[in-house]
Design a protein around this ligand. Structure first.
Ligand SMILES: NC(=O)c1ccc[n+]([C@@H]2O[C@H](COP(=O)([O-])OP(=O)(O)OC[C@H]3O[C@@H](n4cnc5c(N)ncnc54)[C@H](OP(=O)(O)O)[C@@H]3O)[C@@H](O)[C@H]2O)c1
Length: 298
């Protein structure tokens, strides 16, 4: 199997590489079909997905069987400040890949977000629930979903949330970094979602990509918590304490920050009803991640 991975230098791209090179994820071995896979890992310097011609050429010349798009502008506040750039990467770039894959008759896996939901209703969101983003990041990611789906019917749109991996920036690493110089951190307590291991997500993506069951998939670790709960779990073995604040208080202190959904917990319903939901409770995945970070001295 020949696979092209875009945005491969980011968190998810690096975990996919780890799985494809080692043959195993933290939650189990990856499917046999990937054993002899030839994988090309690209990121902005080699393949900028906003460059239509470069995308068309890359997919034509590579003769791939599958494209996995991990490329995105993921800085939520950055997207708010620069929605046009966010749209170029999160929507137009994704569309370029979808059109190129369609032209060559191959499927695309495109990764999206819980932030396509407004988050103003309780209850876990399933794939068919109404979307209504409240941030530029959410709007541009939703536009990407729609463009991908309209351009290539062989699409898997995988929505995930609150991602953390070993390479790159994430909330857990930011908290640990702050704990080196602070006795306390203040974190919002009224935004709820699902912290998700990029390693677990990569595992499910490889399984999803082997199916013909195209459409939207929710893939997050199990269980819902607030950012403050997540921070407390990360900082459990430090001397740093977590002060809880409301979104309103946070916004007053950071007026430029984007609005975020109050409740964007996802239910992995498509997985459950098809190939099975192997996603672990978020606490178990985070514990393994923290052990690995400690092992690496990070
Ligand atoms: N991180 C989260 O909490 C989270 C939550 C929900 C959903 N997601 C989604 O999950 C996917 C993977 O996220 P992630 O955390 O792995 O993201 P990430 O670490 O930010 O990685 C994204 C990668 O895409 C690259 N990129 C940006 N613009 C590009 C372009 N025009 N062409 C090619 N590559 C480009 C980035 O390079 P630069 O760093 O140089 O810009 C980066 O290496 C994304 O679709 C994201 O929207 C993430």
């Amino acid at each position: 199997m020949r696979i092209l991975i875009t945005g491969a230098s980011g968190q998810l791209g690096n975990e996919l590489r780890r799985l494809l090179e080692s043959g195993t994820a933290e939650i189990g071995p990856i499917p046999e079909e990937y054993r002899d896979a030839e994988v090309v890992y690209t990121d902005t310097p080699d393949l900028d997905i906003t460059n239509e011609k470069a995308v068309m050429d890359a997919i034509k010349l590579g003769r791939y069987d599958l494209v996995i798009n991990c490329a995105a502008m993921t800085n939520v506040d950055g997207c708010e400040a620069n929605e046009n750039t966010a749209k170029l990467v999160n929507a137009i770039g994704a569309w370029n890949l979808a059109r190129a894959t369609k032209e060559h008759g191959i499927p695309i896996v495109h990764v999206s977000t819980d932030y396509v939901f407004a988050g103003n209703e309780p209850g876990e969101r399933v794939e068919s629930d109404l979307v209504n983003p409240i941030s530029a990041y959410g709007r541009t990611k939703l536009e990407g979903e729609k463009l991908v789906a309209s351009a290539n019917n062989r699409h898997h749109i995988v929505r995930t949330a609150w991602l953390y991996g070993h390479v790159g920036k994430n909330f857990a690493k930011t908290m640990l970094h702050l704990a080196e110089s602070h006795d306390e951190v203040t974190v919002v307590n009224d935004q709820l979602g699902n912290p998700t291991s990029a390693n677990d997500l990569a595992y499910e993506i490889l399984k999803i990509a082997l199916t013909n069951d195209y459409g939207i998939w929710h893939v997050t670790n199990e269980g819902t918590c607030s950012w403050a709960d997540f921070a407390e779990a990360v900082l459990a073995n430090t001397n740093c304490t977590v002060n809880r604040c409301t979104s309103q208080e946070y916004k007053a202190a950071h007026p430029e920050s984007a609005n975020r959904p109050a409740f964007s917990s996802l239910k992995n319903k498509h997985l459950e009803s098809t190939i099975g939901n192997e996603m672990r409770p978020w606490q178990d995945a985070l514990a393994e991640y923290m052990d690995k970070l400690a092992e690496l001295g990070a």
